[in-house]
Design a protein around this ligand. Structure first.
Ligand code: G
Ligand code: G
Ligand code: MN
Ligand code: NA
Length: 245
């Protein structure tokens, strides 16, 4: 109830912020990108997780303004940073379906002076994310700006395979449940099959949710391209990320 008006005023009241989680190249260990993750602080100081406020913002329409704020803030932060080369920002299907979204991204790049190739947008497959022509056109317009389009949480949703067929994703992020389930033979086979599927399409493979050194070994054996997870680096503020250089 009270989240709807709060979300509408969240930017002005400075209740939203971004934290950044590093993404590493598995071969050379270098930080190749950071993922921007939105945080919402209530006026009383408590925080609300994105799993709660993002769906509400999607329904109320606030996601449009919040999403634009996130992309602009991420662009400003990478310009000011010595460590962030590329930033990925999560975008809701609602944003991709909104007319003018690609143009609004182009305007942010122009305004901030950030090259499109330093920005990636993570889209999540899902039931509500139909393969509408306007979505495909939006993706093509964004890629024409040099912006990368990444498929997030691959394998967790419903439309994954048709998505892989329709869109040339620059990177596919394998849902962390596949890594977490691979402590037994059956789960490991599943992860291997997943990796083969993505690799045969020529997409860069990122596995998220790396929490242990044992999982790192599994991923090294599978020659995964990129990795992300609490074991390698937690989401932190831009200031902390700079300081941890
Ligand atoms: O950061 P955390 O694990 O709590 O994120 C939970 C979920 O919220 C993830 O699925 C993530 O993609 C999503 N999320 C985080 N930040 C944003 C954002 O800025 N925009 C959108 N649309 N989703 C976000
Ligand atoms: O769906 P998406 O990939 O955007 O989700 C991002 C969320 O995943 C962030 O909220 C982040 O806190 C969380 N996350 C990042 N690394 C790990 C990890 O190693 N384990 C778990 N369980 N969650 C993680
Ligand atoms: Mn994501
Ligand atoms: Na994900």
């Amino acid at each position: 109830g009270k989240l709807v008006p709060l979300l509408a005023a969240a930017i002005d009241r400075r209740l939203v912020s971004l934290v950044y989680q590093p993404i590493f190249d598995l071969r050379d260990g270098q930080m190749k990108a950071v993922e921007a993750l939105m945080r919402l602080r209530m006026p009383d100081g408590t925080s609300v997780p994105p799993s709660v406020f993002i769906p509400i913002a999607e329904r109320s329409g606030s996601i449009i303004e919040l999403g634009r704020w996130a992309i602009k803030t991420a662009c400003q932060d990478i310009l000011a940073s010595d460590r962030m080369t590329t930033v990925s920002v999560n975008v809701s299907p609602v944003q991709l379906r909104t007319p003018g979204f690609a143009a609004s991204v182009a305007a942010i790049l122009e305004e901030t002076g950030v090259s499109g190739s330093r920005l990636a947008l993570e889209v999540t497959e899902g039931l509500d994310m139909e393969m509408q022509p306007e979505v495909l056109r939006c993706v093509a317009d964004l890629q024409a700006l040099g912006v990368e389009i990444w498929l997030d949480d691959f394998g967790s949703g419903y439309a994954g395979l048709s998505w892989l067929r329709a869109i040339e994703f620059n990177t596919v992020k394998v849902d962390r449940t596949f890594l977490h389930d691979c402590s037994d033979e059956r789960g490991l086979t599943m992860l291997q099959d997943m990796v083969a599927l993505i690799r045969n399409r020529g997409n860069t493979i990122l596995v998220e949710g790396v929490e242990t050194e044992a999982q790192m070994s599994v991923l090294q054996n599978l020659s995964i391209d990129r990795v992300q997870g609490f074991h390698l680096g937690r989401p932190v503020t831009a200031d902390l990320l700079e300081a941890s250089a």
